[in-house]
Design a protein around this ligand. Structure first.
Ligand code: 5GP
Length: 233
């Protein structure tokens, strides 16, 4: 298979069809601009499983995504997309860079949820950007920014309710958007414990990538618990 692109956690391959590509989930884990790295056996399999399940949930809820189907343990077939160089973060509870930037305590409820845009640029360390910055850098049209915000909030509603029903708190998450071959705006990339903060609703235990970032415990144990919860009761 011809490689189109290789990122930190995934590889994108061409298919026989021009408008479809394969996302392959690797076992690599990186944090802090890839200054912290590890290979974690089985992470790719679990993230593909969780991402596929969540993309199916979004599709059922009427949110357009790039997802077509899961084709193997580590592979997902998706529509080819023209990606925006933006990361859209939705937050329900204070954590991470928000606390650091604004001097806030972790764990405060955000009502309504907060939406932030970051410029996806490794050299600049993904800086926070406002609509005016997005316009200045030509990263997206104003109406697209508005649509991404609306879709991100709708996604949050769906995911938050879903996780809550399975004993998990959706603290925050990152989405990426792209334009599909049919011209529609869609959620792309992945949605997994690599890109979401998920806390056990009863104990508050962190089950996401913060385990790797801050050495809070075995990463796979946290991810497996997320999968068990969302597949089980
Ligand atoms: P923060 O801005 O607090 O670092 O991250 C907010 C949320 O977005 C967290 O759930 C975090 O995992 C996710 N996130 C932000 N930037 C990235 C990124 O570059 N890669 C990944 N995998 N997740 C990110």
């Amino acid at each position: 298979m011809e490689k189109l692109y290789e990122g930190k956690a995934k590889v994108i391959y061409k298919t026989e069809e021009e408008d479809k590509v394969i996302v392959f989930f690797k076992d690599s884990a990186t944090a802090f601009d890839a200054t912290k790295r590890a290979e974690i056996e089985g992470k790719g399999v679990i993230n593909n499983t969780i991402s596929s399940l969540l993309f199916e949930l979004l599709e059922k809820s009427g949110i357009k995504t790039h997802y077509i189907k899961k084709i193997s343990d580590r592979e997902m077939l998706v529509w080819r997309a023209k990606r925006f160089d933006l990361e859209v973060v939705v937050r329900n509870i204070t954590a991470g860079s928000l606390c650091k930037r604004l001097g806030l305590e972790e764990g405060l409820e955000l009502k309504p949820p907060l939406v932030e845009f970051f410029y996806k640029n490794d050299q600049l360390h993904d800086p926070l950007v406002c609509v005016e910055h997005i316009r200045l850098l030509n990263l997206a049209e104003d109406w697209q920014v508005q649509s991404m915000k609306e879709m991100a909030l709708k996604t949050n509603q769906v995911l938050k309710e879903f996780f809550k029903g399975h004993g998990l708190l959706l603290v925050d998450f990152k989405l990426e958007f792209g334009i599909l071959p049919d011209g529609s705006l869609a959620v792309i990339d992945e949605i997994s414990p690599d890109t979401c903060r998920l806390w056990d609703a009863k104990t508050g235990e962190k089950l996401d990538k913060d385990r790797f970032r801050f050495d809070l415990g075995d990463l796979m144990e946290g991810y497996r618990r997320v999968l068990e919860k969302i597949q089980g009761g």
